[in-house]
Design a protein around this ligand. Structure first.
Ligand code: PAN
Ligand code: ZN
Length: 196
């Protein structure tokens, strides 16, 4: 008898809830270095003087169904290292979903962070991320996460497999505010405000 072929969604994947580590042969991994985040941080001078091979964050994710499958789900863990570029915290690139009606849920495993959310006009708000905090990201909202603590920030995410990632829109019509360390405190500062 022929052994039963395993569908992708049947290959075992496990998560360590203490560390957020996602394990399994089908788990994919993507690391983003400072060099790959050119143009994302406000203080380009400070950015250019840093070691551009420094890892800012790593995403490990599971795609149990092919990308763009309607009705499917993806699941991933993001780990953002602590650090600053000038006064701006290490953060993810940020994106909105190609399909603007595809929402997402984030839940924090460990660390201290800030979830930055921007509407279509770029108006930006912030939600505090701390162990256990769970966040519903409406489909049309651009999102990025900053690590404002001294240890890695780890969070899990679940999003529809046909959401798609749009990294272009935020480059032109993105977040109107950035998260900076001001007197040691994470502070949301409008891009057109003075000083950082
Ligand atoms: C997350 C993000 C992850 C990395 O899984 O993709 O945190 O951020 P960037 O994609 O902005 O580099 C998610 O929001 N998925 O939709
Ligand atoms: Zn997303």
């Amino acid at each position: 008898m022929k052994p039963k072929q395993r569908a992708a969604e049947e290959s075992p994947v496990s998560i360590n809830w203490s560390t957020g580590l996602l394990l399994g042969s089908s788990v994919q991994e993507r690391t983003k270095t400072l060099g790959q985040l050119r143009g994302i941080f406000y203080d380009a001078d400070s950015w250019s003087q840093m070691d551009l091979d420094t890892t800012v964050y790593c995403v490990r994710w599971w795609q149990p169904v092919p990308e763009n499958t309607e009705g499917g789900l993806f699941w991933g863990t993001t780990t953002i290292e602590p650090g600053l570029v000038g006064d701006e915290y290490f953060m993810t690139h940020g994106h909105c979903h190609q399909q603007r009606n595809r929402a997402e849920i984030y839940s924090t495993i460990s660390g201290e962070g800030a979830l930055l959310l921007a509407d279509a006009e770029g108006h930006t708000s912030m939600e505090v991320m701390t162990a256990g905090s769970t966040h519903y990201l409406r489909g049309e909202i651009a999102h990025r996460v900053a690590n404002v603590g001294k240890s890695p920030l780890v969070f899990v995410a679940c999003w529809p497999s046909d959401a798609g990632h749009d990294y272009e829109t935020i480059a032109t019509k993105g977040f109107l505010a950035r998260l900076i360390r001001c007197h040691g405190v994470p502070t949301l500062l409008r891009n057109d405000a003075n000083g950082s």
